[in-house]
Design a protein around this ligand. Structure first.
Ligand SMILES: Nc1ncnc2c1ncn2[C@@H]1O[C@H](COP(=O)(O)OP(=O)(O)O)[C@@H](O)[C@H]1O
Ligand SMILES: [Mg+2]
Length: 297
């Protein structure tokens, strides 16, 4: 088998255990694996060509480049994804999917345009929108900062007074929010990892007294069988956003499953799933690289 090269570009705030797992799995299939945190990369233009330099290596000469970036990596993240797009390296994500998935409202809007079931959301830009929000969604209501993650930017609001002060605070930080109807009685959701054509279903349950199901907020995770409904929504969402790897988070509503968000760099929940997810990711990336190599010959 040809010795292929695999680069992982990490977020500024990368998680060591995730990176270690990807690198370990990577080493089983690839001839060379390099992990580069995005803030240690140098982006240069030479001879009309972009280069992503890390310790003297050009990551665009690799066979696969998997950027795992969050909204905290913007600016540089966008430049890196642009450079990757202009190169020959296989990358399972792209600039547009990065921009859309890091904007909770755009994600819902794009998916809704493609007729994918979503939890209806509206974007509010004025600090005086409380009445409008209540009219549209009732109380309690969920409000979300557009680029929050790990459950940190989502707030369950119980009354107008609270909503007013939250809107003021958000305005002060020049943030905007999207509002969503609160899906009651569920401190759980279903995460569908999409890795190529494969979907892996995971049920997350929030810890006691917590309405958010995020594992990083103390929730638990367990693999569940993938139903036709889950598979269709997950694959359609990934296709719409042109993502080879992502995770589509679903919540059960009265009218069926609906998307709440799509994750650009889904965590592998190693505590609950071991190396299941990272192994699937790496195997998929390796297959893609082999296919490319065969095509380019
Ligand atoms: N509209 C909603 N109704 C009920 N629970 C929700 C709703 N939106 C989010 N949640 C809960 O909050 C968690 C975090 O929300 P999410 O939009 O996925 O933000 P994050 O990017 O921080 O994970 C979800 O996993 C889910 O458990
Ligand atoms: Mg989420």
């Amino acid at each position: 088998m040809p010795k292929l090269k695999f680069a992982i570009i990490g977020s500024k705030n990368y998680k060591t255990s995730t990176v270690k797992s990807l690198v370990d799995e990577g080493k089983k299939l690839f001839g060379k694996v390099t992990f580069a945190p995005i803030d240690k990369i140098k982006l240069v233009f030479e001879d009309n060509q972009a280069k992503l330099l890390f310790r003297g290596l050009n990551l665009l000469d690799y066979d696969v480049c998997y950027p795992r970036l969050s909204s905290k990596d913007y600016v540089l993240g966008e430049a890196v994804l642009k450079a990757i797009a202009g190169s020959n390296v296989y990358c399972p994500v792209n600039l547009r999917s990065y921009q859309v998935t890091n904007h909770k409202y755009y994600t819902i809007k794009e998916l809704s345009n493609a007729k994918i079931p979503i939890v209806k959301s509206s974007l509010f830009t004025s600090p005086d929108s409380a009445k409008q929000i209540i009219n549209e969604f009732g109380m309690p209501v969920v409000v979300k900062t557009l680029s929050g993650f790990a459950g940190k930017g989502v707030i369950l609001v119980e009354n107008e007074k609270q909503l007013d002060s939250i809107l003021d605070a958000v305005h002060l930080f020049e943030e905007f929010i999207s509002a969503q109807k609160f899906v009651k009685g569920k401190n759980s959701d279903i995460r569908c990892y999409v890795i190529g054509k494969r979907v892996i279903g995971v049920k997350r349950i929030g810890k006691q007294g917590e309405w958010r199901a995020n594992v990083s907020r103390g929730g638990s995770a367990e693999e569940i069988p993938v139903t036709k409904e889950m598979e269709k929504i997950a694959i359609d969402s990934a296709k719409m956003l042109k993502m080879g790897i992502c995770a589509v988070d679903l919540i059960e509503t009265k009218s069926g499953l609906a998307v709440i968000e799509v994750n650009f760099m889904p965590g592998p929940f190693q505590k609950y799933l071991g190396n299941l997810i990272t192994k699937e990711m790496v195997e998929f990336l390796h297959k893609k690289a082999l296919k490319r190599l065969a095509q380019n010959k």
